[in-house]
Design a protein around this ligand. Structure first.
Ligand code: OGA
Ligand code: MN
Length: 299
C-alpha cells in the first residue's frame, strides 16, 4: 500500500532530529489500512511514535497492537500476578495499590533506568506500546534515546573498537531494579544470567547501524576482563544517552507512545509515590534476533 500521508489525512511531526514523531489525524480505534501504511513508514524512520488524545478500550489497544505482529503474553508482574484478567497481552505499569495495599502493576514510582525492553532474551520484543490512563501532575516522564544517533556520535576509533564485539544483556533485574521472577540475585556481570547480542546491530528495515546496549547494570562485553569491559561500557554510555539523542515525553491522559525496541532505549523519571500513574503496555514479539552490522567498523 502506498504510504501517502496527505491522502491518508495523517500528519507526521518530528519530535527531535534524533528520535520520535507525533502522528496526528488518526483514531487508533478506527484506523484505515492507508493510515496504517503511513504510520509503519514513520515508525521505521523515527523509531518512536506519539499519538495524542486516544480513547482505547482494552480490545482497541490489543487490536491496534496486533496490527504490528504477534503479541507477547505480558510477563508476570513484580507482585507475582499476571496482569489484566481476560487480556493476557496487557501489562500494567503502575504504582497504584489495590484494597490490600498491593501494587496493581509494575515499576512502582521510582526511576526506571535507561533500557531496551527484555534484551536479555535471544529475540527481544520488536516494539513496545504504552497507553496513559492516569498520569501524575509532575514527574514520571518517559524518555526515548535514538540508537542510530547514538552510534553515529561515536568517534571512529570507538566504532572500530566495538565492531564485532558482543555485549551480554543482564536478565537479573528489571529497569526499576526489581529482581525478575525465578532469577537469583547477582551483581557479577561476567556470570549473571543474560544473553549476548552484537554491540552494533543493523536495523532490518532501514539498514542503519545501531548501538545496542540494553541496560548498564551487569552488562558485560564478552571476552574482555571485567575492568576493561566496565571501562568500555562507561565510554559507550557516555556517548549514547547525550541529550541530543533523546526525546523526553511529558504525559497526558490518552497518549500512546510506541517505540521501536530495536532502535531505541527508554527510561522513566521518578514521581511522587502518593500520586497515581497508570499505563497499559503491550509488546509486539521480536521477529528475529538482533543482527550484527558486520561492516560497521569500516566507516
Ligand atoms: C516499560 C517501561 C516506562 C514508563 O513499560 O517497559 O519501561 O514510563 N515503562 O512507564
Ligand atoms: Mn521498559
Amino acid at each position: 500500500m502506498q504510504a501517502d500521508p496527505e491522502a491518508a489525512g495523517v500528519t507526521i511531526r518530528p519530535l527531535t532530529p534524533a528520535v520520535g514523531a507525533e502522528i496526528a489525524g488518526v483514531d487508533l480505534a478506527d484506523l484505515t489500512d492507508r493510515q496504517f501504511a503511513v504510520i509503519t513508514e514513520a515508525f521505521d524512520r523515527h523509531a518512536g511514535l506519539l499519538f495524542r488524545d486516544q480513547a482505547l478500550t482494552p480490545d482497541d489497544l490489543v487490536a491496534f497492537s496486533r496490527r504490528w505482529g504477534e503479541l507477547d503474553v505480558a510477563p508476570v508482574m513484580e507482585n507475582g500476578r499476571t496482569a489484566v484478567p481476560d487480556y493476557p497481552e496487557i501489562y500494567i505499569v503502575s504504582n497504584v495499590k489495590d484494597a490490600d495495599g498491593k501494587p496493581i502493576g509494575s515499576l512502582g514510582a521510582g526511576e526506571a533506568v535507561w533500557h531496551t525492553d527484555m534484551s536479555y532474551l535471544p529475540s527481544p520484543p520488536y516494539a513496545s506500546l504504552l497507553y496513559a490512563i492516569e498520569v501524575p501532575p509532575s514527574g514520571g516522564d518517559t524518555s526515548l534515546c535514538g540508537m542510530k544517533a547514538a552510534y553515529d556520535s561515536l568517534p571512529p576509533e570507538l566504532r572500530e573498537r566495538i565492531a564485532g564485539l558482543e555485549i551480554k544483556h543482564d536478565g537479573t533485574y528489571n529497569s526499576g531494579g526489581y529482581l525478575r521472577a525465578g532469577v537469583t540475585a547477582s551483581d557479577d556481570p561476567m556470570h549473571s544470567v543474560g544473553q549476548a547480542h552484537p554491540a552494533v546491530c543493523r536495523h532490518p528495515a532501514t539498514g542503519d547501524a545501531l548501538l545496542y546496549l540494553g541496560r548498564r547494570r551487569n552488562a558485560y562485553v564478552v571476552g574482555l576482563g571485567l575492568e576493561e569491559s566496565e571501562r568500555l561500557l562507561d565510554q559507550l554510555w557516555d556517548y549514547a544517552v547525550r541529550p541530543a539523542h533523546t526525546y523526553r515525553h511529558r504525559w497526558r491522559v490518552g497518549d500512546v507512545l510506541l517505540w521501536d525496541n530495536r532502535a531505541t532505549m527508554h527510561r522513566r523519571d521518578p514521581f511522587d509515590a502518593t500520586a497515581r500513574r497508570l499505563m497499559q503496555r503491550t509488546q509486539i514479539k521480536g521477529r528475529s534476533r538482533p543482527r550484527a552490522a558486520v561492516d560497521a567498523g569500516a566507516s
